[in-house]
Design a protein. Structure first.
Length: 150
């Protein structure tokens, strides 16, 4: 695959053009990755009462639904978020992963995954907060943790 960058002040916006002899799975994956990168964001607004806080995605341990509201959990607080989990799932970068019907976690903040009789428990860095992983998502989570670079 060749990559060519053409920079000129004549252009009013960035444009990506892909030339391919065939439409195959590799091309579809590439287009999907570019679309996801374009939709990603690095910061989100969180609310505690009437106060708005800018939250960096790197500081968020996990997102969780509770009483039809979505909360972003950091090491010390939980902030109300004005997104639904499915919207976050589309916009968040690849280091976030859905692990149950009601939660999405930040893979970079995981310290351990413990299997027990009551379920699969995630422990996060520098906090007492924990999160349960649904059996449905467990295999993919293990695969992603195995591939993670430390």
């Amino acid at each position: 695959m060749k990559i060519r960058v053409d920079i000129s002040s004549d252009y009013s916006e960035r444009e990506i053009i892909i030339k391919s002899p065939v439409e195959d799975d590799e091309l579809k994956d590439l287009v999907d990755q570019i679309k996801r990168m374009n939709n990603e964001f690095s910061q989100i607004s969180g609310y505690i009462g009437e106060t708005v806080y800018p939250l960096k995605l790197n500081d968020i341990l996990f997102f969780e639904t509770n009483d039809r509201n979505v909360y972003a959990h950091t090491t010390n607080n939980a902030f109300l978020i004005h997104y639904r989990l499915y919207e976050l799932e589309e916009k968040l970068p690849g280091k976030f992963m859905r692990v149950s019907k009601s939660s999405i976690l930040n893979l970079d903040e995981i310290v351990s995954l413990t299997r027990s009789v009551t379920g699969n428990l995630i422990q996060f860095r520098n906090t007492y907060k924990t999160l349960y992983v649904s059996r449905r998502f467990l295999k993919e989570l293990k695969n992603r943790l195995d591939k993670r670079k430390f």
